[in-house]
Design a protein around this ligand. Sequence first.
Ligand code: SF4
Length: 88
Amino acid sequence: MNRFSKFSTDELLAEIARRRNISVSLRPILKCEYCKHFKPSEKPDDTYNPCAMGRKMEFRMPEGPTDRDGDWGFYLRCCPDRVSIAEL
Ligand code: SF4
């Protein structure tokens, strides 16, 4: 008998999900503006998506009007299409 046999499958899955969420929240957020596929527009409209690959990104808001250097902007925590402009 192994030490996990006393737990149900649902309990084990819940623990795995809990640990995964903690590790994701601790990972640094990689902003999209440093990706080759990020295409900002001068005239964004309702269909505007700055990701040339069509990925649905998250957006972190600035802290306030003076937050010019803050960690805000488009991001996607895990993107298989990311190509860092530093790698070009
Ligand atoms: S990281 Fe992904 S979502 Fe962000 S611009 Fe690049 S391809 Fe698009």
